[in-house]
Design a protein around this ligand. Structure first.
Ligand code: SF4
Length: 305
């Protein structure tokens, strides 16, 4: 490549990255404003939204005990596993015995609060598109009129990569339409339950890598490139702080590229091949904290030593 071409490539890269930055700033700012504007106003229940939420609930109840249709004999992955240790995904695929997990009551309240806020945020999205004068986002709908989120859009895709077949099964927090240009954007919502500082500018510079990788899996599953990741702290600043209150939620933009998708497909196909060949992949010992296979993994390490 000539120097001129190199310079040209550099300029093009800077321009592309610049475009992503501009777009990211626009979309992450728009969703921040979208929620803030809704939370600035008092409002009462709206009958057609509450009816829609009832239909949503009815559908969720109808799905209790109904298992997704996954092709038999294929290793199955999920978006939340995208960033996990390859060995952990391998153990999951071969149904290795899991450690007994001790959950303390406060931890269950922690996850219960996170789930409740998830639902509240989705309700907010429906109210925002109805109540705001000029909403920046609208929730996409399924063919049956239900919002495009959760179980409503659960999908299982059979994929073939590097000659290996496997399945990817998942759902996501929402598909939104950006009203300004009609583009489709994935919405991923996360909570932080420790301190409000967890979502502050100092501690949170960007979306977490593991959540970005989850979006890459959504991109493969649902065929979209743009995502907004939103983090809300369940802890809030003092009530009397008023306009000086610390930030309690943050929003980030992610543009998924073909390279991102390929890297994840390489990882999944490598694990599916390892399962087929009965070959345990190497462990990533930086990712052990929440892994339920610590016992079987350490035994395997002893056997290797
Ligand atoms: S214990 Fe750690 S290295 Fe072993 S499978 Fe789990 S995450 Fe991977």
């Amino acid at each position: 490549m000539s120097l001129v071409n190199k310079e040209g490539a550099k300029a093009l890269k800077a321009q592309v990255l610049g475009d992503i930055d501009v777009r990211g700033f626009e979309l992450s700012g728009a969703i921040y404003k979208h929620f803030s504007q809704l939370h600035e106003i008092d409002y009462y229940p709206v009958k057609n939204i509450e009816e829609l939420l009832l239909r949503q609930k009815e559908y969720e109840v109808s799905q209790i005990g109904v298992w997704a249709d996954v092709p038999k004999g294929l290793v199955r992955f999920s978006p939340s596993g995208a960033s996990k240790c390859e060995r952990e995904l391998y153990y999951k695929a071969i149904k290795a015995p899991q450690d007994i997990q001790t959950m303390y009551p406060f931890q269950r309240r922690w996850t219960r609060n996170a789930s409740a806020i998830h639902e509240a945020v989705q309700t907010d999205l429906l109210y925002a598109e109805y109540l705001l004068k000029d909403p920046s986002f609208k929730v996409a709908r399924m063919n049956n009129g239900l919002p495009a989120w959760e179980k409503n859009l659960q999908t299982c895709k059979t994929l073939k990569h590097n000659g290996i077949e496997f399945a990817l099964l998942g759902m996501m927090d929402g598909v939104l339409w950006y009203t300004k240009d009609g583009s489709k954007v994935g919405f991923e919502f996360k909570t932080k339950s420790t301190t409000i500082g967890a979502v502050g500018n100092f501690k949170m510079k960007d979306a977490q890598d593991s959540h970005k990788e989850q979006c890459v899996a959504y991109s493969i599953l649902f065929g979209m490139d743009e995502f907004i990741l939103m983090y809300e702290s369940l802890a809030k600043d003092n009530w009397n702080k008023g306009a000086d209150a610390k930030l309690d939620f943050r929003t980030f933009y992610l543009k998924v590229t073909e390279d991102d998708r390929n890297a994840l497909l390489n990882k999944f196909s490598k694990i599916a091949k390892a399962v087929k060949e009965n070959e345990t992949p190497a462990g990533d010992f930086d990712k052990c904290l929440f892994c339920p296979y610590k016992t079987v993994c350490s035994k395997q390490e002893e056997d290797i030593a």
